[in-house]
Design a protein around this ligand. Structure first.
Ligand code: FAD
Length: 463
């Protein structure tokens, strides 16, 4: 980093060993699962809120950009330090401060790993449902900053639904405390909703108060197998129309299953056109009944087979395979574009058809996965960034995919956020007024545009 006096002040603030400036260290904080990468000038690893405050004050005074980073698992380029400056790595914020069984909530630091938190609360008979499929690596702060979802979103909602409050350090170093352990809170504007999902552009979460619910008594997993992709997509809408609420309704097409099976074999029906992975949870009396009902709906829609996992081990095997989906795809192509188009649930069959047609039109490989119960599709484009002509076709297909989703009343992102890659589409969904309102909020909180610049909002020149 050029500014040696800033480096020395940062070292005083957080300790010499917690400021990294060597290129080989910086590389580790320069990328995420998207094709984007950019080196920061330094990585700072604070250990408590006072240290974050000092770092933010120093960066603000020096006019240096700051990009917060959890585990770097986001799929939108949102933790890439595109304008250099500092990466603020939050992995030392790893304490579960309190699990409050009387108030059904927990207070945690922002760097706690999602899966570790979930197992700790489940050991007490409690449940924290948000389950982004990178949960063995992702941090709770990253989940809150992206408003992460996951398969269980269909029944239980997304991260935002579990955030009761937080402590945040604002771009100028002031500490903002919002909400707390109360279930109700309508004191003034709803700042929780504003900051959750702000992708590190408004401040740094240091501490979170998260809502917990009782752990369901039992759960069962089943797979509905189809010879026709549209029948599989229709079955998702049909289950919803039948007023049944399973925990998950996950769509996987043949290409996706083949790639997963080659990497994490679990006996997926790779000779079928598509399958829907369904989990039901609740009381021991209700779960078998619902499994039967869902099976009937899927058969009516043309399922050729309904497989019910007989043991927990069998269910875990299928879920482990599903969690390995992105890794399986990453083995088969040098570059992946993981998209996140989301449409009203009744439009799922139309969206599946559109994605398949675009894949044929632009001659690209697009296996489809999706938290389809939420209308949230993950078409994954397998490509190679070293082939400019192919990338040109990929980008055209992505443009058309988002146009189609918006025309169906959908949205640009169901859970991955806007980050870097979708900035250019923001006005398509929000219009100039929507973008202007968001920009004014950003300017009010970050007048020098130093917090994770380049993300979420287009600059005026880009419009
Ligand atoms: C295999 C795989 C499966 C996935 N499955 C899902 C899924 O099912 N659902 C889903 O929603 N996502 C999924 N994701 C995406 C990813 O896991 C989520 O976006 C996750 O919430 C990111 O957490 P993180 O700790 O890795 O954050 P990072 O990637 O490090 O950061 C994400 C954003 O949050 C900001 N940020 C991080 N920490 C803080 C903080 N303390 N304060 C302020 N801002 C902060 C960063 O600046 C960045 O903008 C998946 C990713 C992978 C690789």
């Amino acid at each position: 980093m050029q500014d040696r006096s800033l480096v020395s002040s940062l070292q005083t603030a957080v300790g010499r060993e917690n400021v990294l400036t060597k290129k080989e260290d910086l590389i580790c904080y320069s990328y995420d699962p998207t094709p984007n990468h950019h080196l920061p000038e330094a990585v700072v690893i604070p250990g408590n809120i006072d240290e974050v405050t000092q770092v933010m004050r120093l960066a603000y005074a020096a006019g240096v950009p700051v990009t917060p980073r959890g585990a770097g698992t986001n799929i939108s380029g949102s933790s890439i330090p595109v304008q250099g400056g500092l990466v603020l790595a939050m992995h030392r914020f790893d304490r579960i401060i309190e699990i409050d069984t009387a108030n059904l909530c927990a207070v945690v630091e922002a760097g706690v790993i999602t899966a570790e938190f979930q197992s700790r609360v489940e050991a007490l008979g409690l449940f924290y449902p948000p389950d982004p499929q990178a949960l063995n690596m992702s941090t709770l702060g990253g989940n809150v900053a992206t408003n992460a979802g996951g398969p269980r979103g269909f029944k239980y909602g997304v991260t935002r639904d579990y955030v009761l409050g937080f402590k945040m350090v604002l771009p100028d170093g002031r500490v903002l405390k919002v909400g707390g352990k109360t279930v109700k809170n309508v004191t003034g504007y709803d700042l929780t909703k504003l900051f959750v999902g702000s992708e590190g552009t408004l401040g740094v979460f240091t501490e979170l108060t998260l809502r917990l619910i009782p752990l369901p008594e039992s759960k069962r997993t089943m797979l509905a197998v189809f010879d026709d992709i549209l029948a599989a997509a229709r079955s998702v809408s049909a289950v919803i129309a039948a007023k049944i609420i399973p925990t998950t309704l996950e769509y996987m097409d043949q290409e996706a299953m083949r790639l997963i099976e080659a990497f994490a074999p679990s006996g997926l029906p790779v000779d079928s056109a598509a399958a829907v992975l369904i989990e039901v949870d609740g009381s021991e009396r209700v779960v078998p009944f619902q499994i039967e009902q869902i099976g009937e709906v899927c058969r009516r829609e043309g399922a050729r087979e309904i497989r019910i996992a007989l043991t927990e081990a069998e269910a875990n095997q299928i879920w482990t395979a599903r969690k390995a989906a992105f890794s399986s795809m990453a083995r088969s192509a040098p570059t992946l574009y993981v998209e996140d188009v989301t449409v009203p649930r009744s439009k799922i069959p139309e969206m599946v058809k559109t994605i398949s047609e675009l894949a044929a039109k632009y001659q690209i490989k697009v296996p489809i996965l999706g938290h389809t119960g939420d209308g949230n599709m993950h078409p994954i484009i397998l490509t190679d960034e070293r082939k400019p002509e192919e990338i040109g076709r990929v980008k055209q297909a992505i443009d058309e995919m988002f146009k189609a989703a918006l025309a169906m009343g959908g949205t640009l992102s169901g859970e991955h956020g806007i980050g870097l890659d979708k900035v250019k589409y923001m006005e398509w969904e929000l219009g100039t007024t929507g973008v202007d309102v968001m920009r004014r909020i950003k300017q009010a909180l970050d007048p020098r545009n130093l917090m994770n610049p380049g993300k979420v909002l287009p600059t005026e020149a880009e419009e």
